[in-house]
Design a protein around this ligand. Sequence first.
Ligand code: TYC
Length: 106
Amino acid sequence: QAMADEPPKTGRSVLEKTRAETREPDRYSVILLNDDYTTMEFVVEVLKHVFRKSEEESTHIMLNVHHTGVGVCGLYPFEIAETKVDMVHSIAREKGFPLKSTLERE
Ligand code: TYC
């Protein structure tokens, strides 16, 4: 039984709901930046292990970064992208490389 003072319902019906309420979660690109000191071999290892790329794709992405200055390693939900950036920085620091990575909202 409905309450006597129940407010009128103002929302749209299930069938009227539109894109704003069914949007995909935001994705973030993880970007790798070029530098003059990190070895090509190390960047390829990072791409294979942190971003789960094949040897071939890792080499392709690394060379793209080497030649253009930046490159996309993958698209992820925010927290996963953030974790991968942190992993790149932490393993690079461990090996004494200045390799940098950043996020970009898509
Ligand atoms: N430019 C580096 C070199 O010549 C290689 C490199 C590629 C470094 C990609 C960083 O994100 C990078 N050894």
